[in-house]
Design a protein around this ligand. Structure first.
Ligand code: SF4
Ligand code: SF4
Length: 211
């Protein structure tokens, strides 16, 4: 979450990546479970359908199936927020370019026109995880698509910093990719699958965890 906030400058009112915690079991045999949440980049995203129905057409999918919001087309109506089963898209209330306490540093010194479109922030628009689309686009520009999920500069920030390698990012359409092997080996599952949106994030769930 911290890495994503630093990389993508989200504000607390519109988090791109956050933790949810809940308890399972009955006292005294209870335990706390933590789930990290971000956009599931659904195969059939209801947020996109809701946005299309509004006529805004601000939500699209890129060549990797990543669901993206065009801030310049967004009307701020919030319909996408209402229909997302995962609660992972939000309307922001403000734009904060500076991380408190860090001062002006790194990407924040880059003029907006030179930033990736997902980092040209606007107020009162829908925001969410992009799977660090700026890094994926850089991989395409550099001709290094084969290094997505392997080289740091082409891999989402949340994946890079995870100290236990709990997060793996890659191409689930390739049965030989690391992510496909991990899903097969661990029996990782999509959550809230019953909504039929085809989430593209898989979880290794503990026994008793919500699914
Ligand atoms: S998880 Fe929510 S925001 Fe992400 S693609 Fe699915 S419906 Fe849209
Ligand atoms: S808030 Fe923006 S992205 Fe969401 S449905 Fe409305 S116009 Fe589309």
């Amino acid at each position: 979450m911290a890495a994503c906030a630093t990389e993508n400058h989200f504000t607390p009112d519109a988090p791109w990546n956050f933790m949810v915690e809940y308890e399972v079991g009955a006292y005294p045999a209870v335990k706390k479970i933590y789930n990290t949440m971000n956009c599931m980049h659904c195969e059939a995203p209801p947020c996109k359908a809701a946005c299309d129905a509004m006529g805004a057409k601000a939500i699209s999918k890129n060549q990797f199936g990543v669901v993206l919001v065009d801030y310049n087309k967004c009307l701020g109506c919030g319909n996408c927020v209402a229909v997302c089963p995962y609660g992972t898209i939000s309307l922001n209330r403000e734009v904060r370019d500076l991380n408190p306490g860090l001062g002006k540093a790194g990407a924040e010194t880059i003029p907006a026109k030179d930033r990736h479109p997902t980092h040209r922030k606007k107020a009162r628009v829908a925001e969410k995880c992009t799977f660090c689309a700026h890094k994926l686009d850089k991989a395409v520009a550099d001709g290094k698509v084969n290094l997505i999920g392997l080289a740091q500069e082409y891999t989402p920030a949340c994946d890079i910093v995870c100290p236990t390698q709990a997060r793996v990012f890659g191409n689930i359409d390739d049965p030989n990719s690391e992510i496909s092997k991990r899903i097969a080996a661990t029996g990782a599952k999509q959550i809230k699958k019953q909504f039929g949106t085809g989430p593209q994030v898989y979880y290794v769930l503990e026994e008793g965890a919500l699914s």
